[in-house]
Structures are given as structure tokens and as C-alpha cells.
Write a new protein. Structure first.
Length: 255
């Protein structure tokens, strides 16, 4: 069994992937998807274009379909542009009848807008996307049930430590169930934000994707398993030392 079928995904989802001409997972997706399906928190440290969006969207859609639309996901982003980019990418799977996606417009939390349309349960989105402040405003103004959220994602392609984006993202995280999986996505172009990882993730698997040549990345003192152009580093608790190993693996440098 090859391709996405090897993940034992929902049959509707597999059909949507085929109809979208998504037949073979990227190396990053081969690594990330099984970790998410195992129920792990995951840090995805990878450049845009590596297939990282679908690496988390595919398990999210699979859970929604497997639970007969009972599951929810919240995707928090550092910018409105990133929110719309993610929405466009995951709508490429849009041949999934019944799955509702909503990107909350930035700044709506300052307008006094009402969400009467979304007060009816049949209109509540399954996937909510946006910057943390407008997303929290939407949650507070509708019947969006945080108890049904199985996935909370934070896409931090730019520094957000110490900002309102981080503060509100952590406030949203505090409203989720203990069983809710958390996924942090970073850009792969700078050192991972240690403090944010420690606040947001709980004993995650860490997946690093890099485009640097294999022979430049090889380092005999790196702990971790090399999977083609990825490194997977499971660990019990985030620490700066763990991430220094990651950075060493990523850039092939001794620190």
C-alpha cells in the first residue's frame, strides 16, 4: 500500500485527495501525519512549500469525517495573510461535502459585529481559522463548542512571543479539553521559539524539515532519527538543549 492510502484515512478523504490530484505525500507529510494520527502534540519546523499545511489538514479532516462531523479544529495564525493562505490551501480539498470552514476577518473584534448566522448549530464551522483576537471574539459571540475541539494549531511563521497574539492564543488553548491535540508550526528559518513551545505544547514529537544538502546536515553527535530530509526527535519535555540538538541537525553545525 502506497501514497496516502497507507495512512488508513477515511474513504471520503482519500477520494477527495485523488480528485485534487494529491496522490503521493511529501517527505514531511510521511513523517508528520502518522505522529498526529498517534495523538501526539507536534512541532512542525518547516519552510512553506514543504507540504506542511496538508500535513496537519489531512488528519483534521479525517477526524471530522470519522466522527460524522462532530469534531472541530481551531487554526490560529500570526497574520491574516497566513490565515487566508491556509484557508485557500485546505479548500483545495473542498470536495468534502458537509465540512464547513470559516476564516474570521481580522479586526472584526473591534467592530461590534454580531454572528447571528453562526448561532444556529447547522452553520457552526468545523474548522475555524484566523488571528487569535478575532477568533476568540467569534468563539465568545457564537455557540462554537470548545469541548468538541480535537485539534488546536498555532502557525507562528513570525515572532509572536510577548505579543497579544501569543497571549490570546494561550487563552484559547486554556479553553480546550485535556485530550485536544496541539500542533505548533514554525517557519524553519530561525531557531524555534523555546518559551512558546514550553507554554503551548505538551511532550510533543518534533519534526524538522530542511532543504540543505544531506552531506552538509550529517552530524555524528545529533540525537534523532534521520528520515530522508526530515529529523524526528521525540522527547518527554521541551528544553533548550533538545532544540539545540535540532538546530545542530538542521544546519549541520556544532554548537
Amino acid at each position: 500500500m502506497s501514497g496516502f492510502a497507507s495512512f488508513n484515512l477515511n474513504s471520503q478523504l482519500q477520494k477527495a485527495l485523488r480528485e485534487s490530484n494529491l496522490l503521493v505525500p511529501t517527505n514531511l507529510q510521511k513523517t508528520v501525519i502518522p505522529e498526529i494520527l498517534r495523538g501526539k502534540d507536534v512541532l512542525i519546523d518547516a519552510n512553506p512549500g514543504s507540504g506542511r499545511t496538508l500535513s496537519f489538514a489531512i488528519p483534521v479532516f479525517g477526524r471530522i469525517l470519522d466522527t460524522e462531523f462532530g469534531s472541530r479544529a481551531v487554526i490560529l495564525t500570526a497574520s491574516q495573510e497566513t490565515a487566508f493562505n491556509i484557508e485557500n490551501k485546505i479548500r483545495s480539498l473542498g470536495r468534502l461535502p458537509g465540512v464547513k470552514i470559516f476564516a474570521v476577518p481580522d479586526g472584526i473584534e473591534h467592530t461590534g459585529a454580531r454572528y447571528d448566522f453562526y448561532r444556529s448549530w447547522e452553520n457552526i464551522p468545523h474548522v475555524l481559522i484566523g488571528r487569535p483576537p478575532p477568533v476568540l471574539h467569534f468563539i465568545n459571540g457564537t455557540d462554537f463548542d470548545m469541548g468538541k475541539v480535537d485539534f488546536l494549531l498555532l502557525v507562528a511563521d513570525e515572532p509572536i512571543e510577548g505579543t497579544d497574539v501569543e497571549r490570546v492564543a494561550l487563552e484559547v488553548a486554556a479553553r480546550t479539553r485535556k485530550e485536544c491535540q496541539r500542533i505548533l508550526v514554525t517557519s524553519g528559518t530561525r531557531e524555534p521559539p523555546y518559551g512558546l513551545v514550553e507554554k503551548f505544547l505538551r511532550a510533543p514529537s518534533l519534526v524538522c524539515d530542511t532543504s540543505t544538502p544531506r552531506d552538509e546536515r550529517a552530524s555524528p553527535d545529533v540525537d534523532g532519527e534521520q528520515i530522508d530530509h526530515c529529523y524526528v526527535l521525540p522527547f518527554k519535555a521541551p528544553s533548550k538543549e533538545d532544540f539545540l540538538h535540532l538546530v545542530r541537525a538542521q544546519w549541520g553545525k556544532r554548537m
